[in-house]
Design a protein around this ligand. Structure first.
Ligand code: C2O
Ligand code: CU
Length: 464
């Protein structure tokens, strides 16, 4: 198989280099092998997985051979490479959500790269500039592919980070399964026109309420990513002192307690949790939103207390995101609305066949071979402020690819100047998001409730 051939080639090249084989061989492979790390192979697969007591669920999708897609570890400022090998019978791509990659690596079919068809592969290579918690997923036929399992977490480490006694990574998502444990329709049109269609089975790391051990009295770095296609969470920690250190891959200017913190699909939080002193004590991560609150996962204190103090957690290093120049910034107005048009759009990359939503009155077709013109053309290096207004009764986690923005102000609440890639805009809220257009290319701006994204709430900006 191609992957093996390529990997073998890299190994051979390394051995050849060490053995001092002739110059021509070195010229061909030496520099190339040194400049690029060995790629992580991410092969899509259709598997069976146990998501409900009734038995195995068929047609689950993952990267690898079994279980949840792996947590990928990268290092800030160090090259990373991955080969996507497509072994499912549906074209796919990978988008590195929140990581500021070069445009060609962004994984949006038609806009920046071709489909990766069954049996084909695509090589991704980039150097993550920012440390934090990110995630990866396809950007094609996403409701089905993500809905069936293709959502994984990425940790970008920073060697300068404070040390913890334990680190726990949690991938939160739901599944649309019937009583027999098998997939049911991924969405209902009437829900797509409202909040999106919720899953029926809720998991953390593909498990129902998993429990993880952590040292008593120790400090835990808890990384949580919402990779679900629909659900908005309100987080609470019970049984321990906890503080939010980072949101969406960036340190928060002021730490705060996660008391019913609202986060939507695509968003991530990093908590420092100070485990209780007593062996066996339980800490729970809960979702308290809506009528069916749920314990998502628990941590159990083990051993004798390490007696740490949560105030000793040093600040995380700020990521190198360019500072927006507010005096010179140009403003871009965006109005999010519902549309009554309901024209079936024929996007061939997994359109839902409906349009319920609009950005500036246009129900965007989303991923199509011939996308409409960009929402705005931005000049490389200039500052911009997106003034976004939500005219709908629903919340929308609006995600910008390729660049991170700073939350400047909101019409409805006090906001910290957070750096982020996804903003959960509430009904009737107006928000201003500032950023420097410092990444060339076409960058999507869309709602991360995938049914909204696929029925009108997707557009893009072009940086030239
Ligand atoms: Cu999480 Cu357009 O992506
Ligand atoms: Cu939305």
């Amino acid at each position: 198989m191609t992957v093996l051939t390529r990997r073998r080639l890299l190994k051979t090249a390394a051995i050849a280099g060490a053995g001092g084989v002739g110059l021509s061989a070195m010229g061909r492979f030496g520099g190339w092998a040194a400049a690029r790390p060995e790629p992580v192979v991410l092969q899509t697969a259709k598997i069976k997985a146990k998501l409900m007591d009734v038995g195995q669920t068929r047609d689950v999708l993952t990267y690898g051979d079994a279980g949840m897609p792996p947590v990928l570890r990268m290092r800030k400022g160090e090259p990373f490479a991955a080969r996507l090998v497509n072994a499912i019978d549906d074209p796919t791509t990978i988008h590195w959500h929140g990581i500021r990659v070069p445009n060609k690596m962004d994984g949006v079919p038609f806009l920046v790269q071709p489909y990766v068809y069954t049996g084909d592969h695509f090589d991704y290579a980039f150097t993550p500039p920012d440390a934090g918690t990110f995630w990866y997923h396809p950007h094609c036929n996403t409701l089905t592919q993500m809905g069936h399992g293709l959502t994984g977490v990425i940790v970008v480490e920073n060697p300068g980070d404070p040390t913890f006694d334990a680190e726990i990574v949690i991938n939160l998502r739901d599944w649309r399964l019937g009583d027999d444990g098998q997939f049911i329709d991924q969405f209902r049109p009437r829900d797509a026109a409202r909040t999106g269609t919720y899953g029926t089975v809720r998991t953390a790391n593909w498990l129902d309420q998993p429990q993880y051990d952590a040292p008593a009295g120790g400090l835990v770095r808890l990384r949580v990513a919402i990779t679900d296609v629909t659900r908005i969470y309100a987080f609470r920690i019970d049984g321990a002192e906890a503080t939010v250190m980072a949101l969406d891959g960036n340190p928060v200017p002021q730490r705060f307690s996660p008391d019913a913190l609202l986060l939507g699909p695509g968003q991530r939080m990093e908590l420092a949790v100070r485990m209780p002193d007593d062996e066996g004590a339980i800490v729970s991560l809960r979702d308290v939103r809506g009528t069916k609150p749920k314990v998502l996962a628990t941590l159990r204190a083990i051993g004798s207390s390490l007696k740490r103090d949560i105030r000793d957690v040093a600040p995380l290093e700020v990521n190198p995101v360019a500072e927006v120049d507010l005096a010179a910034a140009q403003h871009i107005s965006l109005a999010l609305s519902a549309t009554a048009e309901n024209v079936p759009s024929d996007g061939i990359c997994g359109s839902l066949g409906y349009s319920f939503w609009a950005i500036n009155k246009v129900p965007w077709p989303g991923d199509t071979p011939d996308p409409t013109a960009p929402l705005a053309e931005l000049k490389l290096g200039r500052s911009y402020v997106i003034d976004m207004e939500n005219l709908t009764p629903q919340s929308h986690p609006m995600h910008l690819h390729g660049m991170s923005f700073k939350v400047l102000s909101s019409s409805t609440r006090e906001v910290q100047p957070l750096i982020s890639d996804t903003y959960l805009i509430q009904p009737n809220e107006k928000v201003s998001l500032g950023f420097v257009a410092d990444n060339l290319g076409d960058w999507l701006l869309h709602c991360h409730i995938i049914e909204h994204q696929k029925s009108g709430m997707t557009s893009y900006v072009r940086v030239v």
